[in-house]
Design a binder for this molecule. Sequence first.
Ligand code: DAH
Length: 356
Amino acid sequence: MKELETLRSELMSAVEKAGSLDDLEKIRVSALGKKGRITELMKGLGGMDPDSRKQAGQSLNALKAEIADAIEAKKRASADSELEARLARESVDVTLPVRPESEGYIHPISQTIDEVVAILGEMGLGVAEGPDIEDDWHNFTALNIPPDHPARQEHDTFYLPGAGDDDRLVLRTHTSPVQIRTMMTAEPPIRIIVPGRTYRCDYDATHSPMFHQVEGLVVDETTHMGHLKGCIIDFCRAFFDVDDLPVRFRPSYFPFTEPSAEVDIGCTREGGEFRIGHGDDWLEILGSGMVNAKVLENCNIDSTKYQGFAFGMGIERLAMLKYGIPDLRTFYESDLRWLRHYGFGALQVPSMVGGL
Ligand code: DAH
C-alpha cells in the first residue's frame, strides 16, 4: 500500500510538472504502457492469495484510472494553452492584399476568331467545321482546281503517305473544302463561317506550316455581288473599329469564284509608322468572289437558280495587323511572357463591340 502511495504521488507530480504533450505521452507510456510500472504491478496480482489480490487489484485499478484521467486533463489543458499561446503569438493582418492567383490568358488567335465569329454571326452567318485531313477532291477538284491546275503549285501541299493519286489525303491547305462539305449536305439558303486550322509547307516571319483561316459562304436565290461588298465592308469596319475605313475590291482570280476580288483596306506607311484607316496606301487582307457556277454544280446545286458569294482570310494576318504583332512565328512559341503581353484577360470584353 505504501509502495502504491509513493508511486501515485510520483506520477501525479510528474504529470503536474509536464511541460508539453510530448512529456505527458512519455509519462503515460512509463506508467500504463505495456511495460509501464502500473502494468507490471498488475501482472504481479496472479501470484497473490485471493484476498490480497482483490484488495490490491482494486487499488491498482483505481490508481490506473486516476493517472489516466490526470494525464487526459493535463493534455487538454496544455493543448488549450498551446493554442492560446499561438493565438497570442500569431496575428492575421486582414488589410493585406490577397495573393495574386495565377490567371490564364486568351491567345490572340482565339480572341481574333471570337471577334470575327461575333461580327459575322451578327450578320446571320453560323459556324461550320470540317476535318483537318482532307481528300484531294474536297480540297482541290471540287473547288475547280483539277489535278494539273497551276493553282495547286501555289498551295505547297502536305500530302499524306499511302493513298493513291485520286483519293489521296492532304492536310487541308485552306478552309474552302468546308464550303464543299456544307453545300453537299445542306440545302440553300446557306450562310456559314468556317474558322479553322490550315496547313502549307512554308516557314518564315509571315508564314507558318500550320495557320488559321476563316472562310465565309452565302448561297441563296438572290445573292449578288452587292451582298458580298456590303458584308465585307461592314466586317472590315467593325473588325478594325474604324467607321470610315476605306475598303477596295480589286479584280483577281481564284478558281472557285467568278468574278473574284481581292480586298484591300486603306492604310498609311509614312515615316516608318504603319496605321490602318488613314492615308492613301492599301493593304490586302482577304480573297473573295461570287461562287463559280462549276463549284455549285459539283455540289449538285442548280446554278441557274442559286448564286453565292464566298471569302477567305488568314486569322494570324488579321491579328498581326490589329494588335501590332510583328512576327507570325511567335504565335506558336508558347512563350508565357509573349502571351501575357499580347493575350487577353478572360473577362475582357471582345473589342468587336465598337463596330456593331
Ligand atoms: N482559299 C483561298 C486561299 O486559301 C482564300 C479564298 C479566296 C477563299 C477567295 C474564298 C474565296 O472563299 O472566295 O488563298
